[in-house]
Structure formats: C-alpha cells, structure tokens
Write a protein that binds this ligand. Structure first.
Ligand code: TRP
Ligand code: PEP
Ligand code: MN
Length: 448
C-alpha cells in the first residue's frame, strides 16, 4: 500500500464492478478525449471542502450529502436540477436554523452516473439481460442492444456534469440561494402539506430574524454569506478510467486531484483494501469517502483509514455507514470505538437508505420512511454513547413528487408506489419526505 502511486497505478489491482466494455478501442478513444478536456472542479475548491469537513470531524459542523441514486441522461433539465437544489437548500436551512450548527451542502450530483450491481445480469419479464450500470455505461431500456456498454457515454457524462455544475454554480452564487428567498424553495406539493406548513412557519421566523438584525444596524445587504451558499459535488468513483482521465496535477501544490467532483467515495462493493478503488483514491488529494455495511469489521475499517488517510488529515476521510435500521445498534458502536481509540479524525456520516431496501408486495424496490428514520436515530444514539460526533447524513432524494419510498407524512402505501415510480435505480425520498426527515434529524441533533 505504500508503493508509488500514479493516476494509473490502480490498473495493476483487481478492479471490482468495471463494465465489460466490448469496444476497447472506443474506450481508449473516449478516455483520451476526456483527458484533453478541462477539469470540472478545481483543486482549491476540493481543499476548501476538506477544510469544511475538518470542522465536521471536530464536531463543529454537520454534513448534508444528498441527491439521486443515479442521475439520468434523459431527466436533464434546468427545472429538475433547480428542484433538486431547492429541496437540499430547504433541508439545509431547516438543519441550520433548528440546530445552530453550520451545514455543509454536498450533492450526489453532476457526475453520479455509474452504478455498482450485485449481479451482472437481471431478469426482466422473463428475459435475462446485462444489468443497467448507470447512464455513463449503458441504457436502462430492457433490450440486449441498449445494455451493451458504450464508451461514448463517458464523454456524454462529462458534458452533462459540466452543464449541471454550471447551473449549480449560477443558482448558488447568483441569488437563487439567497436567504430572503427561503419561502420560494417550498414547492407547491410540499407547501400544502403539514411538513410544508411547518417549513413556511420556520421561513417566517428566518425573515423576522433577518429584519431584526438589519434593524439592529447589521449590514445584511452586503453580507455575502446571507445571499450565497457553498455547494459541492460528489459521486461514487466507480468507473476508474473516467476518474483517471479527469485526474490532474495541481499547478500550485504539485498534488493530484480527481477533478470530476469535489468529493469522491468508494462503494460498499468496491472497498477491498488491495483493490483498485482504494489504490486510486489514496493518491488523490480530494476529500474521499467510503461506504461501510453491516459486514465491515473494525480491522477493515481501520485499514481503510490507514490506506486512505495515513497522515490523519481532518476532513480528508468520511466513513459513510449503511447498516440497516435493524443492525445499526450492534454494528456501529464497535467501529466508532475502534476508530476513536486509534485517533483517526474521520467524519462519520449515516446513509440510512442502502441498508433498508426491500422489494414491496407489488415487486417495487422500496424503502420505508420509518426505517430510514430509525437508522438515523440509531446512528445518533451510538454516537452519543461512544462520545463521538454524528457528523452527517447521506440521503437519496429528489425534488419531484415521486412515490418510491413508503410512509412519511402522506403515508404512502404499497399500492401507491406505482403512481409515480420514476427512479433510474434505488427509491428516493420525495420533496415532502425529505423536508419531514430534515425536521426530525434536526430534533435528534438538538435533543442532545
Ligand atoms: N451561506 C450560509 C450557509 O450556507 C447561509 C445561507 C444562505 C443558507 N443561503 C442558504 C443556508 C440556504 C442554507 C440554505 O449556511
Ligand atoms: C449508492 O450509494 O447508490 C450505493 C450503491 O451504495 P452502497 O455502495 O452503499 O451500496
Ligand atoms: Mn443507491
């Protein structure tokens, strides 16, 4: 693990979950092309995120990482991006206002196009097909031809990421995220619900607080922090050829950054300590994360800390636990204790989605809002017991009014799932469920 690193050194390690590209020459061409294109994010931004995550590691801030399970090449409109941003801003403002703790906003967005699969094939209406691996690789349409990995999709993923980032930068720095617009992030289908009305009441209080500060003589007009947010991007660093092509040497520090996103994480299925994904991410200076499921041992987790953050830089490494509501109380505490006792400065984030997925009576992959909430409650409880900081949450959501997860304020039942089940991959919380969750997380944080 201490051997020389280069952007291609991962190639000598076993790489899990890589698509079986049939067109090798096309793959090489696409990767070379991406390598000649400008970086999507800049080293200085990644360093800024590490610094902010260091605040989380120290218990001074909270991480909200959220977005689609898989972004789509089809659902690519300014409105969809704006609505996703709206719900994340709403959750952030709920958490910030209710807890008084700074909230980092990191999207699963502008690059979340590749999916690990538990099986290389899936059976759809009796036909066995290669699995859908995300729009960066193949198409979701259930035909043999659509499922062939197409390297040109890597280039398309780059361009869609660039356009998404451009819009996010405009929205977050150009007035849309201004605290005076806090009411306007509340979409109609949310505003008419109890969670939405609760949100509107809180927004009234924020408006009042801003007017109070202005009346006290504080210059709220020229204070940029009231009008803008820092919004960062992240995705699972899965297809390593793509990540390598966007890995660039920073001219200021001489260090390597994966400029496809500010933060990258390793999935539960590709976190082998001697595998290609750990090898690749150990050498880039971005903040990095790793998912850990219920099978993870304390030794494995400590080995990941050592491999990915040997210098123990606070903010460099985030452990994203996804144990399942039923297992969190037994699986998480030994990991918290081991990492704490080893003195590793990690950010602990709770992914309450991936350990709570099941197939509904009607054959839909779904999650129950109550299980999501129960896992978060278990996450907080474990941290309070161990004296560690529950640094954040990692959520799959959308701004749209979808019906993919059960429960929540409108008590979606099994029969409702067919109404608007639109996800490309895993079931996401809709706008109402997301706001509801933010209030409940804020209460859990505050109760301590
Ligand atoms: N800039 C501050 C922050 O990001 C305050 C802020 C402005 C804010 N707009 C926001 C917070 C939207 C949450 C959501 O915390
Ligand atoms: C995901 O985040 O969409 C995912 C596949 O998670 P995990 O690696 O934890 O299963
Ligand atoms: Mn997912």
């Amino acid at each position: 693990m201490t051997s020389e690193w280069s952007p291609s050194s991962w190639q000598s390690r076993p790489a899990a979950q890589q698509p079986p590209w049939p067109d090798e020459a096309g793959l090489e061409r696409a990767i070379k092309h991406i390598g000649s294109l400008p970086p999507l994010v800049f080293a200085g931004e990644a360093r800024a995120l590490t610094a902010q995550l260091a605040q989380v590691a120290e218990g001074q801030a909270f991480l909200l990482q959220a977005g689609d399970c898989a972004e789509s090449f089809d659902a690519f409109s300014a409105d969809a991006i704006r609505d996703k941003l709206k719900v994340i801003l709403q959750m952030a403002v709920v958490l910030t206002y209710s807890t008084g703790v700074p909230v980092l906003k990191v999207g699963r967005i502008a690059g979340q196009f590749a999916k690990p699969r538990s099986s290389p094939t899936e059976t759809i209406e009796g036909v066995e097909l290669p699995s859908f691996r995300g729009h960066m690789v193949n198409d979701i349409v259930p035909t043999e031809a659509a499922r062939v990995p197409d390297p040109e999709r890597l280039v398309q993923a780059y361009h869609q990421s660039a356009a998404t980032l451009n819009l996010l930068r405009a929205f977050t720095k150009g007035g849309f995220a201004d605290l005076s617009r806090v009411h306007q992030w509340n979409q109609e289908f949310v505003a008419s619900s109890p969670e939405g009305r609760r949100y509107d009441r809180m927004a009234d209080h924020i408006g009042r607080a801003l007017r109070f500060m202005a009346a006290c003589g504080i210059d709220t007009v020229s204070q940029p922090s009231l009008h803008e947010v820092d919004f960062f991007t992240s995705h699972e660093a899965l297809v390593l050829g793509y990540e390598q092509a966007l890995t660039r040497e920073d001219s200021i520090t001489g260090r390597w950054y994966d400029c496809s996103a500010h933060m990258l994480w390793i999935g539960e299925r590709s976190r082998q300590i001697d595998g290609a994904h750990v090898e690749f991410l150990r050498g880039v200076d971005n903040p990095v994360g790793c998912k850990v499921g219920p099978g993870a041992t304390a030794d494995e987790v400590l080995a990941l800390c050592e491999a990915l953050n040997p210098d123990r830089v606070p903010g460099r490494f985030t452990l994203i636990t996804r144990m399942g509501a039923g297992q969190i109380a037994t699986r998480l505490p030994p990991l918290l204790a081991a990492v704490r006792d080893a003195g590793h400065p990690v950010v602990w984030a709770c992914d309450p989605m991936h350990g709570n997925t099941f197939t509904s009576d009607t054959g839909r992959k779904t999650r129950d809002f109550d299980a999501v909430l129960a896992e978060i409650a278990g996450f907080f409880a474990a941290h309070w017991d161990e004296g560690t900081w529950p640094g954040g949450v990692h959520i799959e959501l959308t701004g749209e009014d979808v019906t993919e997860c059960l429960g929540g304020g409108d008590a979606l039942g099994h029969a409702d799932l067919d109404d608007r089940y639109e996800t490309m991959c895993d079931p996401r919380l809709n706008g109402r469920q997301s706001i509801d969750l933010a209030f409940q997380v804020a209460e859990l944080l505050d109760r301590h």
